[in-house]
Design a protein. Structure first.
Lengths: 247, 365
């Protein structure tokens, strides 16, 4: 019987270290499948950020650069300016991208920097122990909001796609989720479009992926998917915030 | 071609001649003429000039371009260099070559925009977190800026290590004649480690994370061996009138130019004074000073700070000879007559301790 499903070429054979039910493994795979399908493995450079995905350089079988916390879009900018014909993407969590790296994100987008950002939003700082992130929902309990996030004390969640949608340099902007198989298929299509936009030289592209973090949410893997659907989807509606089509 | 050139512009022209085609930086005084120059000069030679949103972004853009294998630089002054320290630590940890220019100004805090050498500790002790060094080169004239920029890029590439060029506001602003020879294209070594896309080979990874303590210790020991080799082969200094010197002045950059005038004046008064001008501040020319201590009876360190390099001089001489200090800070310049006055006191055998030679505001009024 022919084997129709295998490991993407753009992934190494290293097993993921992620927690059971974590969405990073799914998103790594989607990015790798898209790179394989576009035939660009040999001319792609990925930027790993600081957070749970810091070791992504062990999983992507690509040239990889590990960046300082929050600075992945700046590192990608320097790399892409030096190698404009390579595909350059960053892979960042919400603490990295939306807290310490907000300036680098906004300005790379405003410049229309021709890079692709894969943004994992799981509503907390995963690696350091489940602290409040800018994306943490109101009322959500984290290790630094033990009574739940309170707007008066902690402010409001940051909606990255809505914020970046005001910028002219952005070519493609989409929020997707991976909590159901049908949604995973749509997420892959968005990642592909974002990378195609870069290959076409259209400018900055970003895909925000709503992701489950069962460990820090205090949920089972299945429970975390339900929690995502019931709590994150209403606060972070999926869809395209800036459309781009290949001509 | 002979022309009159400003120090900040010479930094830019020296970089271009060394094959640097990428500049990422954020505006700050007193280095502004450098980005102004490169903003037109780099596009002229097919390079990229990019004004970043902050020094944090600028140094990380440098990190990305260095990972791609190209010659790249940034420049700033005191406060901006402080902001870049995390990125410089990452460059050192990941062994990426890059050149960082600090056109020094008065500190701490916002300080002021006048020339100073008070970033010596920051430059020569690594500056950021972790066990590492950057190579630090200190020019003292506009022509020397041109040659040191070439050396800076060569050293960075040869050792895969960040190099800092430490100047000050005087050197940035001063205009001096330089001779620009027709330059050949710079020779840039192959960089098989660069992350350029893995076509035809296995993946390259640029990284400074070693999660297993033994692996990080091994990495740091490898860096230490590299630093030792740099110290062995690339410690640089200029000696002036030191052959028979009884009193040796130690000063670098702009302070060394002032000190040279004082040494000349002292010689005219029959004082056997000489000058050692460290050109590499890290590695520091300790052995050269130790050799001079065989003949010299005392050392006088002159700095545009409250005394930073003086600690390296004391450490080099390890108590073998008295080490005195004279410095001005906050953007004030040491005066040749004040240096001469101290040399005269030392000559007369008034071997007072450093604090008695300390300049006070009242003494200058």
């Amino acid at each position: 019987m022919p084997k129709n499903f295998g490991r993407p070429q753009a992934l190494t054979s290293n097993p993921f270290h992620y927690c059971p039910g974590c969405s990073h493994g799914i998103v790594h795979r989607l990015v790798a499948e898209v790179i394989d399908e576009l035939g660009i493995k040999g001319r792609t450079v990925g930027i790993a950020s600081v957070g749970c995905s810091v070791f992504s350089y062990n999983y992507f079988d690509l040239d990889m650069v590990q960046a300082a916390h929050g600075r992945a879009p700046a590192v990608a900018t320097g790399l892409k300016r030096a190698l404009p014909d390579r595909m350059v993407f960053t892979y960042q969590g919400d603490g990295d991208l939306a807290a310490i790296g907000t300036a680098e994100t906004v300005h790379a987008a405003a410049r229309g920097e021709n890079i692709t950002v894969i943004f994992i939003n799981n509503a907390n700082f995963g690696m350091t122990g489940g602290q409040m992130a800018p994306t943490t929902l109101l009322g959500q309990v984290t290790t630094t909001t033990p009574e739940g996030r309170n707007a008066a004390a902690n402010g409001y969640p940051l909606r990255v796609c809505e914020m970046l949608a005001t910028l002219e340099g952005v070519a493609f902007l989409s929020r997707v989720t991976v909590h159901k198989p049908a949604m995973v298929v749509r997420a892959k299509a968005a990642i592909k479009k974002a990378i195609q936009a870069q290959l076409a030289g259209a400018g900055f592209s970003l895909v925000e992926v709503l992701a489950a973090c069962p460990t820090n949410w205090g949920q089972t893997p299945a429970g975390a998917l339900r929690w995502l659907e019931e709590n994150m989807l209403p606060a972070y509606p999926v869809g395209e915030f800036r459309s781009w089509e290949a001509c | 071609m002979k022309l009159l050139m400003k120090g900040n512009e010479a930094i830019g022209e020296g970089a271009v001649r060394a094959g640097c085609r990428y500049f990422f930086g954020y505006p700050i005084t007193p280095q502004s003429e450098l980005p102004h120059y490169l903003a037109w000069r780099l596009p002229e030679v097919g390079g990229v000039f990019l004004q970043a949103e902050s020094e944090l972004a600028a140094i990380n853009m440098v990190y990305g371009a260095a990972a791609a294998g190209v010659r790249v630089m940034t420049s700033s002054s005191g406060p901006g260099i402080s902001l870049m320290q995390e990125g410089i630590s990452f460059l050192a940890g990941a062994e990426l070559p890059a050149v960082i220019v600090n056109v020094g100004r008065g500190g701490p805090g916002l300080g002021n925009i006048a020339p100073a050498q008070s970033d010596y500790f920051q430059a020569t002790r690594g500056g950021g977190h972790g066990d590492y060094h950057v190579i630090v080169l200190a020019p003292a004239s506009v022509p020397e800026i041109l040659t040191l920029m070439q050396d800076a890029f060569d050293l960075a590439d040869n050792y895969r290590n960040p190099v800092m060029v430490l100047a000050d506001g005087v050197l940035g602003q001063i205009m001096e004649p330089v001779v620009l020879e027709d330059s050949c294209p710079a020779t840039i070594p192959a960089k098989p480690w660069a992350t350029t896309g893995s076509e035809g080979r296995t993946q390259n990874i640029i990284n400074s994370l070693y999660i297993v303590p033994q692996e990080l210790e091994n990495h740091c020991l490898k860096l230490a061996a590299k630093y030792e080799s740099i110290a062995e082969d690339h410690t640089r200094w200029e000696s002036y009138e030191t052959g028979d010197a009884d009193l040796v002045v130690v000063a670098y950059g702009t302070a060394a130019r002032i000190a040279k005038a004082a040494v000349n004046a002292a010689r005219r008064r029959g004082i056997r004074a000489g000058l050692v001008r460290p050109i590499s501040l890290w590695p520091f020319p300790s052995r050269a000073l130790q050799k001079m201590a065989r003949r010299a009876s005392a050392f006088l360190v002159v700095e545009m700070s409250l005394g930073q390099m003086v600690e390296d001089v004391k450490s080099a001489l390890a108590g073998a000879r008295p080490v005195h200090f004279y410095g001005r800070t906050g953007g004030m310049l040491p005066e040749a007559r004040e240096i001469l006055h101290r040399l005269e006191l030392l000559q007369e055998g008034v071997n007072s301790y450093a604090k008695e030679l300390w300049p006070t505001a009242s003494a200058d009024q």
